[in-house]
Design a protein around this ligand. Structure first.
Ligand SMILES: N[C@@H](CCC(=O)N[C@@H](CS)C(=O)NCC(=O)O)C(=O)O
Length: 349
């Protein structure tokens, strides 16, 4: 159906506050002037010299603990959470806010390629965002010291299929990772600093700025969602669940089947070989049946589901779990190896 009218731009943003005097004084500090009062609506209208308007609505109850109920509570309620204003020079604003004693709740950082942003709160904890828009010739966030750029780091073990899942996906999706080899033989994964990052004492561990993640499946989800794009981690609930089924298979049957069999044969771990072989047979039969009518594990295209399941299936021969009986799996292995960006690991060519 055709839209009745095009929406041209914002007229104003309504901000509910609990203390009229305090709120008006705060927004005046930021350069808004009260232009109109709407007493019937317990509201006013304030405007900057550039014509940016807000309406303050004066009927808010003061919230205990000074929290913003849309942003600070663990249960997230729907609603418009904040206003974002454009300024010419965010660093000048930052300097002014510091002088004025207004707390900056989030310092200057890029949000996407289009803008850098900082956040403050008004006396009612309403969130205000300020943006400086970036153009191709003007990229101020590259220089200031206040913005730290972290290389993403993967604590890695070359012969680990779990680490390889992450390396493989990053290579296929063109995501840059700084590999940090872990001295497994010396038990580095059980000691500081790694044990502080992952109390499980396992690799892989991914560090992206202040985000620290263990578990290869979780890392795949994070990388795909954050950096990989829709191809690898879809938006729809049903599609995400379809991928998740296979991530669970990787963490369960593949872990206790081909992975365990390899740990026993190649690394001498005291696990139950018979159980590992039985689990392997069952899961490989299921996967082979699925792949006899599908090119990929989920969604009809390569996803992180393939990256999660592939390593220990393809390297299972090191634990006597071979693919001779599974022609559809063999063909899928070849399809994965033919993907652009594919990388190998020891035991898989
Ligand atoms: N669920 C974890 C398992 C990780 C895991 O078992 N990593 C092995 C190397 S492949 C490890 O670090 N083992 C050390 C240990 O168990 O002591 C994942 O998927 O990343």
């Amino acid at each position: 159906m055709k839209q009745p009218q095009s929406i041209r731009h914002y007229d104003h943003i309504g901000i509910r506050v609990s203390d009229r005097q305090q709120a008006v004084a705060f927004y005046e500090q930021l350069g808004f002037r009260e232009m109109r009062r709407f007493d019937k609506y317990e509201a006013n209208e304030m405007e900057t010299p550039d014509g940016v308007r807000i309406n303050l609505i004066f009927n808010a109850t003061r919230v205990l603990h000074n929290r913003n109920i849309l942003l600070d509570e663990p249960v997230k309620l729907p609603g418009v959470t904040h206003a974002a204003f454009v300024v010419d020079d965010l660093y000048a604003l930052k300097g002014w806010l510091e002088q004025a004693g207004i707390t900056i709740t989030e310092g200057i950082h890029p949000i996407g390629p289009r803008r850098i942003a900082l956040f403050i709160r008004d006396p009612d904890r309403n969130v205000l965002e300020f943006n400086q828009l970036l153009t191709e010739t003007k990229i101020p966030f590259e220089t200031p010291e206040s913005v730290e750029v972290y290389p993403m780091k993967l604590y890695d073990l070359e012969v680990s299929g779990n680490c390889y899942k992450v390396r493989l996906f990053a290579a296929l999706a063109g995501i840059e990772l700084a590999l940090e080899p872990v001295d497994f033989a010396a038990g580095a994964h059980k000691q500081s600093p790694l044990i502080d990052l992952n109390p499980w004492g396992e690799v892989p561990v991914l560090v992206d700025g202040d985000i620290v993640l263990r578990d290869s499946q979780a890392i795949l989800v994070y990388l795909a969602r954050q950096y990989g794009g829709h191809q690898w981690w879809p938006d729809g609930a049903a599609q995400q669940a379809e991928v998740m089924q296979w991530l669970s298979t990787a963490a369960n049957e593949i872990q206790h089947g081909p992975n365990s069999a390899r740990l026993i044969k190649k690394f001498g771990l005291p696990l139950d070989k018979e159980s590992a072989m039985n689990v392997s047979t069952r899961v490989l039969q299921l996967i082979d049946r699925h792949l006899s009518s599908h090119n990929w594990l989920a969604l009809g295209r390569p996803t992180i589901a393939d990256c999660a399941v592939f390593p220990y299936v393809a390297v299972g021969w090191e634990g006597d779990v071979t693919l001779e009986q599974y022609p559809a799996i063999q063909a899928w292995v070849e399809r994965i190896k033919a993907l652009p960006g594919y990388i190998a690991m020891p035991g898989i060519d």
